[in-house]
Design a protein around this ligand. Sequence first.
Ligand SMILES: C[S@@+](CC[C@H](N)C(=O)[O-])C[C@H]1O[C@@H](n2cnc3c(N)ncnc32)[C@H](O)[C@@H]1O
Length: 126
Amino acid sequence: MIGARSVVANDIDKVAIGAINLNAAANQTELSVSSENLIGSIDLNWNIVLLGDMFYDRHFVDVVSDWIPKLSNNNISVYVGDPGRLPLINHPLSSKLEMVFKCELPEECLKGNNGMNSGYVWKYKP
Ligand SMILES: C[S@@+](CC[C@H](N)C(=O)[O-])C[C@H]1O[C@@H](n2cnc3c(N)ncnc32)[C@H](O)[C@@H]1O
C-alpha cells in the first residue's frame, strides 16, 4: 500500500470491516472500506487487486479464479495472499502464480491454522 494514491479494503462481512478499521488505525493507515460484493467487477481505476486468503472453499475458488484473468486482461495486476490452502494448490490457476513473498506465520496464527505454518504472496502471471 506504500505509495498508493488510494486503497479500498473490501469484505462482505461487517465484522471483517470492523477488523479492517481497527487494523488501519493501529497502523496509522488511511483507507476506505467497502462491504459490496466486488467479485466479478472490473473498475478501470484499479491498478492492483490483492486477494487476501480467498481460496478457502473449493467452489468459491472457481468463482475467484474466473475473475483473476479478467482483471489481468484489463491491465490490473493481481496478487494473492494465501497460507497454502489445498483448493488453491490443487487448482489449475496455481500454474500461473509466481511466488513473490513467503514468511513463517507467528505463533498466535498457528493455533487456528490447521497445520499451515507459512504465508505466501503470489503474483498472477497470465
Ligand atoms: C479466510 S478469510 C480472510 C480474511 C482476510 N482477507 C485475511 O486475509 O485475513 C476470507 C474472507 O473472505 C470474505 N469473503 C467471502 N466472500 C466475499 C466476497 N464476495 N467479497 C469480499 N469478501 C468476501 C469473508 O467474509 C472472509 O472474511
